[in-house]
Design a protein around this ligand. Structure first.
Ligand SMILES: [Zn+2]
Ligand SMILES: [Zn+2]
Length: 283
């Protein structure tokens, strides 16, 4: 069965076995169909009228969600960012209206890039940071804790004990908490994703209320975005796809869902690879 015929049948909501078999083997048609459902805003009815195999398309479309329309966390112009030529060294929250202008210097490009990435992140438009951190001034234990914390994916959480275990210091939960409490680059190194074993969120250098809001933001944003016409799925915030027109854009919660819908991972932002923050300590 040809693609055009398959799409006609899907449009007519008369899929049949041959159509489903074609979809299983044709990523182009899977992408087309997923984009079609999203652009017409009829995911729920589509799922009822086209009984897709639960292993594949039903699951894909169930996972497709729209991004939030409004910025969720508004910190205004309150993030004071410092950097060396190697990367970020500090992020502070300062009172509104007290932010000094960025001055020339070796860290300027990192400061400007971090400011832009943070703005996107807080608006629910970015799920990763590309700007490096320079942690050379920190004790080795703190660096290990922060490096491990930088690997916790957007939207995910770990406990202090889990981070302690992951760095090979299972009895050092309290020391892990202290190291995270003095994280010099909060947000970019996501210490807000480390919570207490009893499920409460615990302390946060920028204030516990902000920690809760960041976790809520991440829980409501799909970290992956696909462009149906190219078949490439990116981490939210990747520069490569440029602005994706409505109708060509599909959000995914998980890479497995994007793959099932016929998308392949971007080679620039590499959503298929664990992405540790690049740290100045390594250079
Ligand atoms: Zn096809
Ligand atoms: Zn990308």
């Amino acid at each position: 069965m040809r693609c055009a015929e398959v799409r006609e049948r899907l449009r007519a909501e008369k899929p049949g076995e041959a159509t489903r078999a074609h979809l299983e083997g044709c990523p182009r048609c899977r992408r087309w169909w997923a984009a079609e459902q999203v652009s017409e805003g009829r995911l729920a009815t589509a799922l009822q009228s086209v009984p897709a195999p639960p292993s594949l398309l039903g699951r894909v479309l169930a996972a497709v969600v729209h991004p939030p329309a409004q910025p969720i966390v508004d910190l205004g112009d309150r993030l004071l960012i410092s950097a060396t030529g190697m990367g970020l060294t500090a992020i502070h929250l300062v009172p509104e209206g007290t932010l000094p202008p960025v001055v020339a210097g070796p860290g300027r490009r990192w400061i400007e890039r971090a400011a832009a990435e943070l703005r996107e992140y807080l608006a629910g438009e970015r799920a990763f940071f590309d700007v490096p951190a320079d942690l050379r001034a920190l004790p080795i234990f703190s660096r290990r804790v922060l490096e491990m914390t930088a690997r916790i994916p957007f939207g995910d959480v770990r406990t202090y004990a889990e981070v302690a275990l992951a760095i090979g210091a299972p009895r050092a939960s309290r020391a892990v908490g202290n190291a995270l409490g003095s994280n010099p680059v909060p947000l970019v190194i996501p210490c807000h994703r480390v919570i207490r074993g009893d499920g409460t969120t615990g302390g946060y250098g920028l204030g516990p209320a902000l920690k809760d809001r960041l976790l809520a933001l991440e829980a409501s944003v799909s970290p992956l975005v696909g462009r149906a016409s190219t078949g490439v799925v990116c981490r939210l915030g990747c520069d490569r796809p440029g602005p994706i027109p409505e109708g060509d854009r599909i959000h995914f919660a998980r890479l497995a869902d994007a793959r099932a819908a016929g998308f392949r991972p971007c080679s620039l932002c590499r959503p298929h690879a664990a992405r540790p923050l690049s740290l100045g300590t390594r250079a």
